[in-house]
Design a protein around this ligand. Structure first.
Ligand SMILES: Nc1ncnc2c1ncn2[C@@H]1O[C@H](COP(=O)(O)OP(=O)(O)OP(=O)(O)O)[C@@H](O)[C@H]1O
Length: 488
């Protein structure tokens, strides 16, 4: 549909764009990225035919751009630039109707029924019909943007060129506009070429991205390939990190603000632990990076309060998250800052241990009972039942863990727990075999993310060795304590 071959050019003798080649297929949502001054707007101007280029060729549907006259070009390409400062005093419908200019025929450019139909349809689709009789000056920035989009679409173009379309739009309008453009590309075959400053929106919506750097193409590829950490860090000269979007298979980049990585001068030990009959609590002076399976605060996050709450073994788990959040609030804990777990174990039987290495320390807290012990390899012989957690393991680390180390910490802690059950010969009562855990165990790994970088936490790494030893000892002692209590 659009073919750009070895285009170079700019505003004077010195070329702004150098040797640009790419193609865009019909129905693609194609994003143009690049730092300030890299040539994005210049490229868009050349594609729309308003800025001549000195070398190369731009073809639309196989025909060179220069061979189209302005009216022919306007039937193929519509441009939505940043209109926010435009001050024409037209009514909304008149503004949208200007988009029909290229389609009007004859000497007097008469307004046809077809023109009226297109304008009405587009206004309805974009949601501007309701203020069609208002003066455009009376609209908000977001509403104006929608009117100009309606004008561009009333042109019934094959290609829509956009210069930062989401600029000035609030979150919900950004999403609405891009959802809408995406829908038009897939349903109506519209080709959209748009400049983006927001890499995350580009990554989320575009089929392909072209990254410009100093007037040249750095890469023209799918978003996941273009939005690589090293590349974006180099081209934009800033510190960023890439993460997967939580719901969609799209890359997301987060900025890393300048941080002071001062050594933490607080310990995580028993002095921070408060144990009552109702709950065990540990609070830290700064939020810790967490990975957990808690009822509240599960997944990865940053949390400052850690609560292990005692509930009766017949606790109804039908609405446990809401009930737990209400409980936390009633005790003065902010649920968004808390990792909260539940256990039917008597909290007095908690076991905790702290181990120190030269550069880091760990503090492990375990509550354990084995009333519903299960052999994980034979779980299928059990019916599914939600019961409050029985072995709850907390691992606090003063150090900076990589993502890898977080996951390995969970593995190491789990392996140590399984070994403790194995050595104590805890049995799965249904299968009669050695149990590997209980049906609702929970785990928390929480790290200060300051000080020593701990890259790994496998069983023979410095961190893994401590986690394995501490979890094994704590779990063993906690099971022994609760078993003794049962025997009494
Ligand atoms: N009308 C003009 N006359 C002369 N030089 C220009 C003109 N417009 C832009 N330039 C120069 O061309 C280069 C590329 O500008 P362009 O506007 O294409 O960059 P951009 O990537 O769109 O930047 P931004 O992200 O800041 O909008 C810049 O060095 C700029 O100074």
């Amino acid at each position: 549909m659009l073919n750009v071959q070895q285009v170079s050019g700019g505003y004077s003798s010195e070329a702004v764009l150098k040797d640009i080649s790419f193609t865009v297929e019909k129905g693609e949502l194609f994003g143009i990225l690049g730092p300030n001054g890299s040539g994005k707007t210049t490229l868009l101007k050349m594609l729309s035919g308003i800025l001549p280029f000195q070398e190369g060729e731009i073809e639309i549907n196989g025909k060179p751009l220069q061979e189209y006259n302005p009216k022919q070009l306007a039937r193929i390409i519509a441009v939505l630039s940043q209109h926010s400062s435009q001050s024409f005093s037209y009514r909304v419908k008149e503004t949208v109707s200007l988009g029909r200019y290229a389609h009007q025929k004859g000497l007097f450019q008469t307004w046809s029924t077809a023109d009226e139909e297109v304008v009405q349809k587009v206004m309805m689709q974009i949601g501007v019909s309701k203020f069609q009789n208002k003066n455009i000056q009376e609209l908000s920035g977001g509403e104006k943007q929608r009117v100009f989009l309606a004008q561009a679409l009333a042109q019934e173009p094959e290609i829509l060129l956009l210069d930062e379309p989401t600029n000035h739009l609030d979150l919900s309008y950004q999403k609405e506009l891009l959802d809408f453009l995406k829908q038009w590309t897939s349903e109506n075959g519209l080709t959209v070429i748009s400049i983006f400053h927001d890499l995350n929106l580009a990554g989320l919506y575009c089929d392909r991205l072209l990254l410009l750097e100093n007037g040249r193409i750095n890469i023209d590829q799918i978003p996941n390939e273009v939005l690589r950490e090293e590349r974006i860090r180099d081209v934009y000269n800033t510190d960023i990190q890439k993460h997967p979007h939580p719901k969609v298979a799209a890359p997301q980049m987060v900025l890393l603000p300048k941080m002071n990585n001062e050594v933490v001068d607080f310990n995580i030990d028993e002095s921070r632990l408060h144990i009552s009959e109702e709950w065990i609590e540990l609070t830290t002076p700064i939020p810790l990076r967490t990975m957990s399976s808690g009822v509240i605060g599960s997944g990865t996050g940053w949390h400052q309060i850690f609560v292990n709450r005692h509930v009766h073994k017949d606790y109804s788990c039908s609405n446990h998250r809401t009930e737990m959040a209400t409980f936390l609030k009633s005790k003065g804990f902010e649920p968004s800052e808390t990792v909260g777990m539940m256990t039917a174990v008597v909290l007095e039987d908690v076991v905790y241990k702290r181990f120190l290495e030269e550069e880091f320390s760990i503090f492990v807290v375990v509550t354990a009972g084995v009333g519903n012990a299960i052999d994980a390899s034979k779980g299928e012989l059990h019916s599914f039942e939600m019961t409050p957690g029985t072995i709850n393991t907390w691992v606090f680390v003063t150090g900076e863990l990589t993502e890898e180390a977080f996951i390995q910490s969970i593995m190491t802690a789990t392996e140590a727990k399984v070994k403790a059950l194995n050595d104590l010969k805890v049995k799965d009562e249904v299968t009669g075999t050695i149990a590997s855990g209980t049906s609702t165990d929970s785990i928390l790994i929480a790290a200060t993310q300051k000080g020593t970088v701990l890259e790994f936490a496998g069983t023979i790494t410095p961190l893994g060795k401590l986690i394995g030893k501490a979890v094994y000892q704590c779990t063993t002692e906690a099971i022994q304590k609760s078993s003794k209590r049962k025997q009494k």
